[in-house]
Design a protein around this ligand. Structure first.
Ligand SMILES: NC(=O)c1ccc[n+]([C@@H]2O[C@H](COP(=O)([O-])OP(=O)(O)OC[C@H]3O[C@@H](n4cnc5c(N)ncnc54)[C@H](O)[C@@H]3O)[C@@H](O)[C@H]2O)c1
Length: 402
């Protein structure tokens, strides 16, 4: 069978540990036999980031902006132990953080659903995608422990103007205080990325704050989202996409009764909390995909999980592993599908969908990695090792591509 030609390059970012071992195999067994694709390869292994003083991460992010579509394997974010383990020059920052800030992107996390892995919430029928505004608020705040009576004030000194002061609290005893901020430009980018994603995926958008209490801070988020929704009204209407604004407490109650299928856009802290709730509700980390979208529509796909160190140690000792490769496969299919869409090559997108179907059919047929055994409704499922699962997907795909 002739290979399918991919018109424009895809940027590949390799990673670490068990994720890297699976990554290589996915590429060789499921992608390269079928696609003629120009891959711009960047090795983000922690040792190579160290050797290049992290320049390789910056180059990979810039290449993703240039070509528009990238796919990334999970990588180690070094801590003190990792610095010792790999004899690193320093604790290099999280590659995801670096890529996110260069691309000015928003992360969308979406569960991969199967009929025989039902969500914990009975009402959920379709995947709920979570978008978290990963900038500012309590993650960039200044905090203060007040140990004796005194006044805490918020002071704004305009470049040319008199300072404005607000009393936060006049303390009579001990307590705590904090100051936090956000930027119009960042909220706007977030809103734009959310609507870009929703239009691409044809999903409705939910956004929520607590503007009944926070009448300036949270209200600013509400207004910027509304302005973006108004600016895109014609496109949203044409695509049949709705925008709904809720109070956060109402949204949390509504989501439990909803069928799913929406993009749930959240402020930073809400997204931090709700993404774990949604992930747990849908099952395993191995079934959670993630895509970074920038406001201009550049995409970087990856699995939401890490490098699965525990399994890698076993792999290094020559022992059997049963690591779930589904989210990594879907990172590839996400990137390939989007590449086909942007290039106007439906045969490329169709290949991505077939590979996804091969994964789903394999699991719905009862063959799965062991992390899914406790979640499945299939009677007598076959819990298999990492490679047997990939071989089963490869066989199903081969049949489909005949
Ligand atoms: N996006 C990324 O690149 C990313 C994200 C998170 C963590 N990390 C890195 O990964 C390394 C390990 O971190 P961690 O252990 O906290 O996170 P992890 O996601 O690798 O593992 C967390 C837990 O989930 C299980 N798990 C995760 N993915 C699985 C899969 N595909 N199949 C079966 N079980 C799976 C693991 O066994 C472990 O118990 C760290 O060095 C961290 O810096 C990278």
């Amino acid at each position: 069978m002739a290979k399918i030609t991919v018109k424009t390059p895809i940027v590949e970012m390799d990673g670490d540990e068990m994720a890297r071992v699976m990554w290589q195999r996915i590429k060789e067994q499921l992608i390269l036999p079928y696609l003629d694709v120009d891959i711009k390869y960047y090795d983000l292994a922690v040792t190579n980031r160290d050797a290049t003083d992290d320049q390789v991460t910056v180059d990979a992010a810039k290449a993703t902006l240039e070509y528009g579509v990238g796919v990334k394997c999970a990588t180690i974010t070094p801590n003190e132990d990792r610095v010792k383990e790999f004899h690193l020059k320093r604790e290099w920052p999280s590659p995801n953080g670096t890529i996110r800030s260069i691309m000015d992107g928003t992360v969308f996390r979406r569960p991969i659903t199967m009929q025989n892995i039902p969500p914990a919430v009975r009402a959920w029928k379709r995947p709920i995608t979570i978008a978290r505004h990963a900038f500012g608020d309590i993650y960039r705040d200044q905090e203060l422990v007040v140990s004796q009576p005194g006044k805490v004030e918020l002071v704004y000194t305009p470049q040319d103007g008199a300072p404005q002061r607000l009393v936060v609290n006049d303390f009579q005893g001990g307590g705590v205080a904090m100051g936090m901020f956000n930027l119009d430009s960042s909220i706007q980018s977030f809103a734009r990325a959310c609507f870009t994603y929703a239009i691409g995926e044809k999903v409705n958008v939910w956004f929520n704050t607590k503007d009944t209490i926070s009448k300036k801070y949270h209200a600013r988020f509400r207004d910027i989202f509304q302005a973006e929704a108004d600016a895109r009204k014609a496109v949203l209407d044409a695509a049949g996409i709705t925008y709904s604004y809720y109070l956060i407490d109402d949204a949390v109650a509504q989501v439990m009764k909803s069928e799913g299928g929406q993009l749930w856009a959240c402020m930073n802290y809400d997204g931090d909390v709700m993404s774990d709730m949604v992930a747990a509700g849908f099952g395993s980390l191995g079934l959670m995909s993630s895509v970074l979208v920038n406001p201009d529509g550049k995409y970087e796909y990856e699995a939401a999980h890490g490098t699965v160190t525990r399994h890698f140690r076993r792999h290094q000792r020559g022992e059997e592993t049963s690591t779930n490769s589904v989210a990594s496969i879907f990172a590839w299919t996400g990137a390939i599908g989007k590449r086909g869409e942007l290039d106007g090559t439906p045969e490329v997108t169709a290949f991505a969908r077939r590979l996804e179907e091969a994964v789903v059919e394999t699991i719905e047929g009862g063959v799965m990695t062991r992390d899914l055994l406790a979640l499945t409704t299939t009677e007598n499922p076959r819990g298999v090792d990492t490679w047997t699962f990939l071989n089963a997907v490869a066989e199903t795909l081969q049949e489909k591509m005949k």
